[in-house]
Design a protein. Sequence first.
Length: 350
Amino acid sequence: MGTATGSKRRTVAVFGAYGHTGRFVVAELRARGFHPVAVGRDAGKLRAFAAAEPGPALDARTASVDDAASLDRALAGADAVINCAGPFAVTAAPVIEAALRAGIPYVDVAAEIEANVDTFAHFTERARAAGALIVPAMAFYGGLGDLLVTAAMGDWTAADEAHIAYGLSGWHPTAGTREAGAVSRERRDGRRVRYANGGLEYRDDAAPGLKWSFPEPMGTRAVIGEFSMADIVTVPSHLSVPDVTTYMTVEAAGELADPETPAPTASDERGRSEQTFLVDAVVRSGGVERRAVARGQDIYAVSAPLAVEAVDRVLTGRTRAKGVVSAGAAFDAADFLRALSAHLTVELVG
Ligand SMILES: NC(=O)c1ccc[n+]([C@@H]2O[C@H](COP(=O)([O-])OP(=O)(O)OC[C@H]3O[C@@H](n4cnc5c(N)ncnc54)[C@H](OP(=O)(O)O)[C@@H]3O)[C@@H](O)[C@H]2O)c1
C-alpha cells in the first residue's frame, strides 16, 4: 500500500467524519499520509471526536447540508471530499454541489440504490461538462462488487448475467445502515427492487430463497436471492450485462432485519469487528463462467481503504473516465484490488 504521492500532503475532507464509517476513513487517510479535515453537522460530536483522536490535532469544521456556505467553508483548501454521512438521499446532492463549486472530486459510500441512481441521473452531464469526477458507492456495497465483476470480466465487454453473493458471517448494523434501509424502503413504497432485463424493476412479490455454492470453506449456504445492493446500480452503469443479481446469506439478512441486533463493536487494534465476509462474483457469457472472490474482515472497516484508494488514484491521475463513474469504470479494477492486499484477499478464476 502506498502513501499519498505528490509534492504536498493531500488534504481530504470527510463529511460525516465522526460516524462509524467516517472514523475508519479518517484513520485510513492518516495512515496513508493524507491530511484529513473532519466535517460534521454537530459541533459537539465533532469536537469530542477530534479531541479523542490520537496524534496531531485534527482539523475539524462544522457544516450542514442545509447551509451551502458552511459546506464551502468546510471544503476550502481540500483536494477531494469523501461523503460518509447517510442517508445519502439527503446528503449526496448538497455535498456534490459543494464539490462542484470547489472544483474537487467527490467520493461517497452510499449503499442506497435510489440515491445512487439519483447521483448518476442528476449529475452525469454537469460533471462531464465540468471535467469533474464523482464516484458514488465507493465502499463494500456497490464498490467492491463492481470491482470484482469488472476484474472477473477481464477482456469481455458484455456478459449475459452477473451475480454477486455476499457470504457474511453475520451483520451487526450501525444506526446509519438502519436509517439508510428505512429511507430506501420508504422510497420504494414497501416494494423490492431488482435489476433484470436491462433495467431496475420494482416488485411486490417475495424475494426468492435459494442455495448458493460459495467457494470452500464456506460451501453451500442458504441465501436470499435478489437481495439488492448498490451493485445493481454500479455494475450496469458501465458494463453491458442485462441481469445483475445480488444475494445475501440468510443469517446476515436476519440479523440486519432484527431490531434487537446490536451495533458492531471493535475486536482488534484496527477497530474491526469479528465479522468476516466472502464476496463471490460470477459472470456468465455464452455458457462460459468467470469468477472473482474476495475475503476480508468487517464490511464497514474495509470501506475505508476502498474509498481512500479511490481518492489516491483520482488525485494521482490514475482514472479511466470523467463524470459520474462507479469504481469499475473509474479505475483499473484488477490493479485496484491488488493494491488492497493488506485488507482483502482476492482470487480470480477463469
Ligand atoms: N456502501 C457500503 O458498503 C457502506 C459502507 C459503510 C457505510 N455505508 C453507508 O454510510 C452511511 C453511514 O454509515 P455509518 O455506518 O457510518 O453510520 P453511523 O455511524 O450511524 O454514522 C452516520 C453519520 O452520518 C451523519 N449524518 C446523518 N444524517 C446527516 C445529515 N443530514 N447531515 C449530516 N450528517 C448526517 C451522522 O451525524 P449525526 O451523528 O450528527 O447524526 C453520522 O456522523 C450509511 O448510509 C451507510 O449505509 C455504506
